[in-house]
Design a protein around this ligand. Structure first.
Ligand code: COA
Length: 147
């Protein structure tokens, strides 16, 4: 089974020309959000090997699988491990984790392809409508611009 991008519903425009391969500058970012449910702190950091289980859990959620282009059905653990390990070593790929109030809340991935930069994003249902996706995209946008 091939783990693939979710539907590239949100593709960055030509304005973003990341020079992936240059020395990466990948700092965590932090932002404060005030929503109907109160004040929230969002930290966005690069994904690392310790996020394998978290991303495995998210990728197999029905509302995540629904957006996969090539993957049919649930992703097996061994396939996920192979895929994630390759992404961490892939200069054309970058994954960030958003932590809302110190709990994992969502992920965003940029993948450079022949079609340009493709965005895949997922926010945990319990953390939605609090600006997590917006914060993740802002971070990815800023990182893409300096790579
Ligand atoms: C789509 C998704 C990433 C949004 O995450 P989120 O953290 O809830 O988004 P935000 O809180 O940053 O929302 C920003 C704005 O997007 C819009 N938005 C978000 N979810 C929406 C929804 N379900 N319906 C309509 N508009 C929505 C709203 O304008 C929202 O602003 P508001 O809350 O002030 O009205 C999340 O619902 C998700 O992971 N869904 C399943 C996977 C998916 O659909 N991925 C996208 C395809 S690749």
């Amino acid at each position: 089974m091939v783990v693939s991008l979710c539907n590239p519903c949100s593709r960055y425009g030509d304005a973003l020309k990341p020079r992936i391969g240059d020395e990466p500058v990948d700092h965590a970012s932090q932002s404060q959000m005030v929503t109907r449910s109160g004040r929230h702190n969002l930290v966005v950091r690069p994904a690392d090997a310790g996020d394998d289980r978290l991303l495995f859990d998210w990728v197999n959620r029905p509302d995540s699988l629904a957006y996969m282009l090539k993957t049919e059905g649930a992703v097996a653990w061994a396939d996920h491990q192979r895929w994630f390990d390759a992404r961490l070593r892939d200069d054309d790929s970058a994954i960030w984790i958003g932590e809302l109030d110190q709990r994992p809340a969502g992920q965003v991935r940029l993948q450079r392809s022949t079609r340009g930069l493709v965005v895949a994003i997922y926010v945990d249902p319990g953390s939605r409508r609090r600006g997590v996706a917006s914060g993740l995209l802002r971070h990815a946008d800023a990182q893409a611009a300096i790579r």
